[in-house]
Write a protein that binds this ligand. Structure first.
Ligand code: ADP
Length: 272
């Protein structure tokens, strides 16, 4: 925007009614993006207007998860139009700002900060009930500048049940708190896998990635903060969630009856 003055971020203005929910994790691969997409769809199913800002510079997998391919935003009257996706979602990914799909983003501090401001201020989001932000893993630059730009933003911390994962997740939650963002709660993903025992034919919960990580993070954050940070959901491992990610068909849409989809629908009810 050349020498022009930068637009203000609507979500940071007093009286703005959009709830900005940042989805954070301590490390990559815990299902942060999958949770973001499915939570967005579950909220949309409740009749809410939902936008997703994919700010995960390392992963930016949101367009793939929603089957958007190489869709790019259009520009109308100097404003960036988000890409419409299933369920009425409006989506912008930091990856859409890259000249080509294969280019690696090696932006640092100031450039990244400017990109985030642009995605928040120059995108025509319209009236949103929720804006979900998929943050890069860790406690890095993006999380920090978001907390400064939109202090009213709230944070969901995603972790796996593993103790090692929960320790880094706790750090991500603590960072949010230092930035005075409210930590809404903890989401434990890949909590267990439902299996049928070949011998007794009963259903068992196979704890693939350990157990207790989510509760641990919630307890640790509650102890540290002045309010309760609950464990909001436990999402089982589900083949359909894995393959749906590859095919661009999120489980909340494709298999709403599966326990993982129901866990995310329950999460949406608690968030709302
Ligand atoms: P992150 O955003 O934390 O890096 P992703 O959402 O990209 O993680 O998930 C990492 C991988 O794990 C993806 O292949 C995704 O499909 C898969 N995955 C995430 N959650 C589940 C789950 N509950 N069950 C099965 N596969 C999952």
């Amino acid at each position: 925007r050349g020498g022009q003055q930068q637009r203000a971020i609507p979500f940071a203005q007093p009286g703005n009614l959009t709830r900005v929910l940042a989805v954070a994790s301590g490390k990559g691969g815990v299902g942060k993006s999958s949770v973001t997409v499915n939570l967005a769809l579950a909220l949309a199913k409740q009749g809410r207007a939902v936008g997703i800002l994919d700010a995960d510079i390392y992963g930016h997998s949101i367009p793939d998860l929603l089957g958007l391919g190489d869709a790019r935003p259009t520009v109308v009257d100097d404003m960036i139009m988000p890409v419409p996706a299933m369920g009425g979602l409006r989506v912008i990914s930091i990856g859409m700002l890259k000249p080509s799909r294969d280019q690696v983003v090696a932006w640092r501090g100031p450039i990244l900060d400017r990109a985030l401001t642009q995605l928040l201020a120059d995108v025509y989001w319209g009236d949103l009930d929720y804006l979900l932000l998929d943050l890069p893993p860790g406690t890095g630059d993006v999380a920090m500048s978001l907390g400064q730009k939109i202090p009213s933003s709230e944070v969901l911390v995603v972790t796996t049940p593993q103790t090692a994962a929960s320790e880094v997740a706790e750090r991500a939650g603590t960072m949010a708190h230092i930035l005075e963002q409210r930590v809404l709660g903890v989401v434990e993903n890949m909590s267990w896998m439902e299996t049928t025992c070949p011998h007794c034919e009963q259903s068992h919960r196979l704890e693939l990635f350990g157990s207790g990580g989510g509760a641990l993070v919630a307890e640790a954050l509650t102890e540290r903060f002045v309010y309760e940070v609950p464990l909001l959901a436990q999402i089982p491992f589900d083949e359909s969630l894995l393959s749906g990610g590859d095919r661009g068909t999120p489980i909340v849409e494709s298999h709403p009856d599966h326990p993982s989809a129901q866990a995310i629908t329950g999460l949406a009810e608690q968030v709302a």
